[in-house]
Ligand binder design. Structure first.
Ligand SMILES: [Zn+2]
Ligand SMILES: [Zn+2]
Length: 390
């Protein structure tokens, strides 16, 4: 390891207690999509304290931010943070650890800023990954236009360099029927809940006939007011995912057809609410960036688990990967076989294992950022690969 990398690693280790405190603070105050006011404030205060120039409410999004260190004309590298939580189960996706790893990587680089090669480092706070598409809005606002490469890490139960991401589109359904007394005059009613239940069942049957990389899943969000009233209103929302965007759109049509059939069968009227403005795109792989990150992981003494076979998620970092070379390696912050979005993962996200994983990921990202600043040819290779890939 070079002297500069050793200095970065030492700086992140010295900040270990502060970073763990930051992670715990965010974890213990879970905030949903676009409401991450406290997390954004704590992260920007921390980064400002490390010498970053901080822009809050980036692109008019209250909880987005950009923290920058500039050492001259050279490559621009972005390290991305996420910090939103899930409804009901808090930080069960471990975004507190993602935010801390990003802030820690930035702090490690800031500690050696006088010795850094020329370039620009951004730590970008990207809100609302769990459904609101914060990165989609930041892309649309041009935040990534001048960025040469981006990286972030996500918590997991293993160290893995690359995870394929499925494209995802959301579609909601509202059924309107007619209220009636469920005992005295049920034949006078039109049951909106039946429309929602029948849609759910139709989708369950559709699921057997789809390709193995597709995922369709939904919940009923409104199911009536009281058992003695035939429900006049019911609603459901479904997520439709595939590695292939064309197939995702085809499946969305088939899911809508499931709802249309249910509406016809039950006599309800149907309103389709397509959330086509926050589609998450599949992850475009970048072996050049991955190779640099992996070499740094190895230098830190970390061994990767075998490649993932069928564990697939979705994220708006996929959209970033479609506009610039991007990686999202997975860091081990939980015991083996702990699924994300579980209560066990929520507990693990502030464990000693999470502290160790988060600090190691911060070091690997800082070292990879240093590689990119020091070697513009590496940035060019990443771009050439990006242009050639589909
Ligand atoms: Zn998640
Ligand atoms: Zn997540």
């Amino acid at each position: 390891m070079t002297a500069l990398k050793t200095a970065i690693v030492g700086a992140i280790d010295r900040l270990g207690d502060d970073l763990e405190k930051l992670s715990r603070q965010i974890h213990d105050n879970p905030e949903l999509c676009y409401e991450e006011v406290k997390a954004a404030a704590w992260l920007t205060d921390f980064l400002a304290g490390q010498g970053f120039k901080v822009e809050r409410a980036l692109a008019g999004i209250e909880t987005a931010f950009r923290a920058t260190i500039e050492t001259g004309e050279g490559p621009t590298v972005a390290i991305l943070c996420e910090y939103d939580a899930l409804p009901a189960i808090g930080h069960a996706c471990g975004h507190n650890a993602i935010a801390t790893a990003g802030a820690g990587a930035g702090a490690g680089l800031a500690a050696v800023r006088d010795k850094l090669p020329k370039g620009r480092i951004h730590v970008i706070g990207t809100p609302a990954e769990e459904g609101g598409g914060g990165k989609v809005k930041l892309i649309q606002a041009g935040v990534f236009t001048d960025v040469d490469a981006a990286m972030m890490v996500h918590g997991f139960d293993q160290w893995v360099g690359h995870m394929d991401l499925l494209g995802i589109v959301r579609v909601g359904f509202e059924f309107t029927g007619k209220a009636a007394h469920a005992s005295a005059d049920p034949w006078e009613g039109v049951n909106a809940l039946d429309g929602a239940v029948q849609t759910y069942n139709n989708v369950s049957m559709l699921r057997q006939q789809v390709r193995p990389d597709a995922r369709i899943h939904g919940i009923i969000t409104h199911g009536g007011a009281a058992p003695n009233i035939i429900p006049e209103f019911a609603a459901a929302i479904f997520y439709v995912r595939s590695l292939n965007l064309d197939y995702m759109w085809e499946l969305q049509k088939r899911v809508i057809a499931c709802a249309e059939g249910a509406a016809k069968a039950t006599g309800c009227t149907l309103k389709v609410i397509a959330h086509n403005d926050t589609v998450y795109e599949p992850m475009k792989r970048n072996e050049t960036l991955l190779g640099a990150f992996r070499a740094n992981l190895t230098a830190l003494g970390i061994t990767e688990a075998p490649p993932l076979v069928d564990r697939l998620g979705s994220s708006d970092v996929g959209n970033v990967s479609q506009v610039i070379p991007t990686i999202q390696p997975l860091m081990k912050i939980a015991p083996d076989n702990t699924p994300i979005h579980s209560r066990a993962f929520e507990a693990a996200a502030v464990s000693p294992l999470a502290r160790a994983g988060t600090l190691a990921a911060a070091k690997a990202m800082a070292m990879t950022t240093l590689d990119l600043l020091a070697e513009p040819a590496l940035v060019k290779r990443a771009h050439d690969e990006f242009k050639g890939a589909k």
